[in-house]
Design a binder for this molecule. Sequence first.
Ligand SMILES: [Cu+2]
Length: 307
Amino acid sequence: MVLPLVWALVRSSPVAAHTTAMGAWLSFYFLYVPPGPQGLPVAAGASALVLATTIGASLLLDDLRSRGGRLARLPWLSGVAAVVTAAALGSLFLVSESATTDWGGGPERAGHSVHAMGRGHGAGTPAMRSVDELTGPRDGTPDARFTLTAAHGTVRLSSGKKIDALTFNGISPGPELRVGKGQLVEVTLVNKDVVEGVTLHWHGVDVPNAEDGVPGVTQNPVRPGERHVYRFVPDRTGTYNGEAVTGSTWWTDTLNVAPGESYEIDFSADNPGVWMDHCHNFEHAESGMIMHLAYDDVTTPYHGPAH
Ligand SMILES: [Cu+2]
């Protein structure tokens, strides 16, 4: 745009003015009309083509006008110029589109699903799934069945002191749920009177995402008088809660990192979902040590405070 502008200032002529105007439009186009052309050569080539067309059309117009005659002054000449300009811009749009559209399959983005939600264009975008679709087995008779009732209760501390507490089945911590590898487990959570709402979030068990029990992420909180059923099949033995389990490597769901320590954590991303990633010292989580690990193609319809 700069060159035609200088030209227009130095040697004022209609041709220079037209070219400057087109240059301004081109700059505007590249700045504000998505998607911008990927390669500089494409942008430069297309711009040169459009500017050349503009100069040509403008020179022709100028020439006709200088010869005089009623024909040159008719408005249709300006109309033709406008149509030519529009065609040039249209071809520019097509060129930049074909340069940026990814016709191939497969994921093209790195990034978070939240970012991906707003980008529906392009054949390379993977189909989005809701966490609601990522359930355990919905059918089949469970091998192990439990009901956990959340309620206010009284808990006796080791000191003998009695305190008001929140309990599962009247005790805190709640009851042990012992199941075998490969069994279909069904746990019904009932909320008796906990007004804030309750969910069951499993640690040490690799459940499908919809069974993960995180309020605002995988489900809504279960309100007083409501219930929620969790179903899953544990596919490994052990609890993964800081204990060494079968195998040579240390598998764990939770580990304590003391001040000054650091750990490298490897995992296989083989269970799609939006997963809680949080400090297991609950005061720390409440103070903000919470993250989510979200698969690229999974969204959640739930919103609200997590944990
Ligand atoms: Cu957790």
